[in-house]
Design a protein around this ligand. Structure first.
Ligand SMILES: [Zn+2]
Ligand SMILES: [Zn+2]
Length: 113
């Protein structure tokens, strides 16, 4: 997938709005472990040391084919808000995460630099 498409998606207004909706719906709590997550603009009150990064995860992972399909990328039924730890667990359990790959801030698989 070209970096541009992915970047455009994660920077789109639509995505930012959906992501916000998810966190508000979940009261900023991780869907898996229930711990509070830090989300830009929503939890700035949290002291830095208590911040655990919140990520909105696509249950159906994004790929070349579905990245431009709003029914997948922006469908709230396909999205859960989870903390970075839980997010890593979910992705590590899946063998498709190969060596040399890592997750970016939005939980997207990218090549390790
Ligand atoms: Zn968690
Ligand atoms: Zn994910």
């Amino acid at each position: 997938m070209s970096y541009g498409i992915r970047k455009d998606f994660y920077q789109s207004k639509a995505w930012k709005q959906v992501r916000k909706n998810i966190w508000i719906k979940q009261n900023l709590l991780c869907y898996e472990c229930g711990k509070p997550c830090y989300v830009d603009g929503l939890s700035d009150y949290l002291p830095k040391e208590k911040r655990r990064t919140g990520i909105v995860h696509h249950k159906i992972w994004l790929d070349n084919n579905n990245i431009q399909d709003d029914n997948i990328t922006l469908n709230e039924d396909n999205l859960i808000g989870i903390c970075l730890d839980c997010h890593n667990k979910i992705h590590n359990e899946n063998k498709s995460c190969r060596k040399g790959m890592m997750f970016d801030e939005d939980g997207y698989i990218i090549k390790q630099e």
